[in-house]
Design a protein. Structure first.
Length: 374
């Protein structure tokens, strides 16, 4: 709302009419302090309805009470100023949806930080007593398919002795974005990464990927609407590092059981987390494709990719895939194929065939790796 001065008919400034109240009266109505209201004005979140041109007094419209209280609550939950400006301009229903999306991001990021903190605590607590372990390697295979509906393939996949990665591009520059994200990770692959430096190396690689995606889509028709998901694993010794953003997934088959290692950064996943949606309902939800975090042309949404470090074991089988597979093939079928395939290449071919049998409405990409002792 722009500030405006009120003048009499003869052009002389005078106090506001009865519809407006002083900052002190508005502070009582909104149950906020005058100091807080002045601060909100300075930040551009809640400008007064009128500023007296003579004495500089601030006056507010009583209708601004709701916005003032909403600003206070949004500040309390830690919402950034730019996002608050957007939310308070929305109708109540749209504002509620925007807050839900924001809080889903906060919870996902908090969960990722909690896992990372647990890893650091465990690593530092055992650093002095760790003993040497055998070195592990992987056998791997990867494949991608355009699917039955899409005209082009915006998925990208890579499999190598140290790196496994899947990216699912979107928008006019999606194909370039997915390829650029994976290329940015490849410096991790040739000589491996020392275990002590794995976490820092993952962080640096994630930043390179974000910059690479922005550069790759800059010349596309709508760079701000282009980007990619990214899910990747890096092997070093007996540990693997995980980089994840978006709704591509990483799974682990261990001891005959399939475990999902990643958490979708999507609206429907946030609804599953808060109990307002079941897994079955999410499978066909109309907003299933709405992502909360991605590598995008206008910058990485949220706080960037999740990073994690885990122990690998001989006999583990890992699957990385785009949602072109996970959105149409349920976990039971994934587990069946992964457990029954004699080697990674067979698993990849059978998984892509499952997606095709389900109609393949999207591009499909997957990579499978078996952990072996060297």
């Amino acid at each position: 709302m722009r500030r405006r001065a009120v003048t009499t008919d003869d052009g002389q400034g005078r106090g506001p009419g009865a519809a407006l109240v002083t900052i002190g009266a508005f502070a009582r109505l909104s149950r906020l302090s005058a100091k807080a209201l002045r601060r909100y004005d300075e930040l551009g979140l809640l400008p007064p309805a009128l500023v007296d041109p003579v004495n500089g007094y601030r006056y507010y419209d009583r209708a601004q009470v709701r916005a003032a209280r909403l600003v206070a609550w949004l500040r309390r939950i830690g919402m950034p100023l730019a996002r608050i400006r957007e939310v308070i301009a929305l109708e109540p229903g749209a504002a509620a949806a925007a807050i839900r999306v924001y809080w889903a991001r906060v919870e996902a990021e908090t969960a990722a930080r909690r896992d990372l903190a647990a890893f650091l605590i465990d690593q530092l607590s055992t650093e002095d007593v760790m003993t040497s372990v055998g070195t592990l390697g992987i056998r791997y295979a990867a494949g991608t398919d355009t699917g039955a509906v899409r005209e082009t393939n915006q998925d990208a996949v890579y499999a190598g002795a140290r790196l496994l990665a899947v990216a699912d591009g979107f928008g006019a520059g999606g194909a370039g974005a997915s390829t650029a994200a994976i290329e940015a990770l490849k410096p991790l692959a040739p000589g491996g990464v020392p275990a002590a430096e794995l976490l820092n190396s993952l962080h640096d690689a994630a930043e390179r990927a974000a910059h690479a995606v922005r550069d790759a889509v800059a010349a596309s028709a709508a760079p701000e609407e282009s980007g990619t998901t990214l899910t990747a694993m890096v092997w070093t010794g007996s540990q693997l590092g995980l980089v994840h953003i978006g709704d591509s997934r990483a799974y682990l088959l261990r001891g005959g059981e399939l475990f999902r290692m990643t958490h979708d950064h999507s609206l429907v996943q946030s609804m599953i987390d808060d109990g307002s949606l079941t897994e079955e309902e999410a499978f066909s939800h109309p907003q299933r494709a709405m992502l909360l975090k991605v590598l995008a042309g206008d910058g990485t949404s949220g706080s960037g990719p999740d990073l994690d470090v885990r122990d690998a074991r001989p006999g583990d089988r890992y699957l990385l895939c785009s949602d072109g597979l996970s959105a149409v093939v349920d976990g039971g079928e994934l587990a069946r194929v992964l457990a029954g395939a004699d080697e990674p290449g067979t698993a990849v071919r059978e998984l892509i065939a499952l997606a095709e049998a389900a109609g393949a409405p999207d591009n499909v990409a997957c990579a499978v790796a078996d952990v072996v002792e060297l």
